[in-house]
Design a protein. Structure first.
Lengths: 258, 257
């Protein structure tokens, strides 16, 4: 947390954040952003919260979650035809993920005259937005988003700071959900894994795992302090045990479980 | 590195255990105990050192002053050396950064580790301020095997959770220490009052991380004009760069929209 990020917050704000973290700590840990978690965000910032994933190349938002659950936006096509909104554009252009309001990235007058406001936001009663960018794979965007009606007041600097403080905790939540999912996948894979698969030695598993990350024999060898020839020999044994003929095939067998 | 089912369960168990612990302090003894269960070792500790003054600011478990003095007299250890040189914070073992034979010839081993029966080291670098060094360090005796790749991978997996713990402790500290009053300013009121409206506007955008080109585009002026304005700002605030100017002004409400 930078000095600046905390400077506008008072004791009540810190207590609210601590309370939120305590309340949501045990909440549906297999998914980072279940509706129960997303819905609860409004105790921190009084507005309508949602989690959203944008497919930039496909120009669609295949996943939206709010307090009521996962849903599909009926007007998604319209959003991407007249939009996307200025924050999405700003993030695509700059790669900046910091918490931002609509009013931080576009002048109010210009926003009110834009088609995205007139045809998409205004009819839905949305005036103001505050958005926290989350890291995503290339070509995608993930955000936690808050919306407010145009008859209310814009989000404050305080709201923005509160959201930014959450980032580290959201990351831990995502990491934990990823570990739990891996464990679930393991359990499933264990059930239908063949005898051959189970017969891999620890060293062989380790090597296939590194190969699955796209590493060459030379890199794997350097990492494990063995010669590239030994790596090659190990991989040949793996192919035979798994009944496959290439590193790609062996890797996909392992990465499917990982 | 392959983490099996048992490893994943152990890591999730560790996360759940430390979640329930007192969060006022990131690395109390209970967290270090849980860490020793997760990755078997003889000692687990947290260290925060001042590299310039060559002394530990925080050590848990604490060390005697004599031991502290000895460490810096014969050290620092090769891992600390490696991190200072490369900036790499990933989990590393002593054997990853120095040959075993050479390590055993070093004074840090012969005079500091060996006399207390310690040998193998596994260390997770934690982000720290300039000239500071923070890490979680696990130690094993020379009669047992070195840490494995699995141990290293497990320790690295903990990073986001440890960071969240540190952030949580910081929040508790702020909730306790903040009384609602604005924190002391970094720049004086007089200095800030001398800025023109345009200069304030530009400084605000600098604080948001915008480049001169971006600011120029936003305010409909040339990047050269932005640069000139900023030079005036630096002079008025008595600072040397954009980062310093933004920091100096950050806490002041006058520069927030």
């Amino acid at each position: 947390m930078s000095r600046g990020a905390g400077s506008r917050l008072g004791r009540a704000d810190y207590q609210a954040i601590l309370g939120f973290l305590a309340d949501t700590r045990e909440l549906e840990l297999d998914t980072p952003y279940p509706s129960s978690f997303v819905g609860h965000l409004n105790v921190l910032v009084a507005a309508h919260p949602l989690y959203r994933e944008n497919d930039l190349a496909g120009r669609r938002s295949p996943l939206m979650v709010d307090a009521s659950g996962r849903y599909e936006d009926d007007a998604d096509e319209l959003y991407w035809t007249v939009g996307p909104c200025a924050i999405t554009q700003y993030r695509s252009a700059t790669g900046d993920l910091s918490a931002a309001r609509l009013s931080d990235v576009v002048a109010w007058r210009r926003y009110r005259e834009s088609p995205i406001y007139r045809e998409y936001f205004a009819p839905n009663g949305i005036g103001y937005m505050l958005d926290l960018g989350l890291p995503a794979r290339p070509g995608w965007q993930r955000t936690l988003l808050f919306c407010k009606g145009s008859n209310e007041r814009d989000f404050s600097e305080r709201d923005r700071d509160v959201l930014e403080i959450l980032r580290i905790h959201l990351r831990a939540r995502e990491a934990r959900a990823a570990l739990r999912r891996r464990l679930l996948d393991e359990a499933v894979a264990d059930q239908d894994s063949s005898d051959a698969d189970a017969s891999l030695t620890l060293r062989e598993r380790e090597i296939v795992f590194l190969a699955a990350q796209g590493k060459t024999n030379a890199r794997i060898a350097a990492e494990l302090w063995i010669t590239p020839g030994t790596v090659k020999k190990h991989l040949e044994n793996v192919y035979e045990k798994l009944g496959v003929s290439s590193r790609a095939a062996a890797a996909s067998r392992v990465s499917a479980r990982n | 590195m392959w983490l099996g089912r048992a490893d994943l369960e152990a890591i999730l168990g560790f996360i759940a255990d430390v979640d329930d612990l007192d969060a006022e302090e990131p690395y109390p003894a209970e967290v270090l105990d849980s860490l020793r269960t997760l990755i078997s070792c003889d000692e687990a500790g947290y260290q925060d050192a001042d590299l310039q003054a060559r002394r530990f600011i925080d050590l848990n478990p604490p060390e005697t002053e004599d031991d502290d003095a000895l460490y810096w007299a014969v050290g620092p250890c090769p891992i600390m050396d490696y991190r200072t040189r490369t900036g790499d914070l990933t989990a590393v073992r002593m054997s990853d950064v120095i040959g075993r034979g050479r390590y055993h010839e070093l004074p840090i081993y012969r005079e500091y580790f060996q006399p207390v029966g310690l040998d193998h080291v596994l260390d997770l670098g934690l982000s720290a301020a300039q000239q500071r060094y923070r890490s979680l360090v696990l130690l094993r005796g020379h009669d047992v095997a070195d840490f494995t790749e699995r141990d290293r991978a497990v320790l690295e997996t903990l990073r986001p959770h440890l960071r969240a713990r540190e952030a949580l402790a910081e929040l508790h500290r702020r909730a306790r220490d903040t009384d609602g009053a604005r924190p002391p300013a970094d720049a004086t009121d007089a200095q800030l009052a001398s800025l023109t409206v345009r200069e304030r506007e530009i400084l605000h955008l600098v604080g948001k991380g915008h480049s001169n080109a971006q600011i120029g585009a936003e305010l409909w002026i040339s990047p050269g004009t932005v640069k000139k304005h900023l030079e005036n700002v630096y002079e008025k605030l008595g600072v040397a760069g954009r980062a310093a100017a933004a920091t100096a002004a950050q806490a002041r409400s006058g520069l927030s929209t």
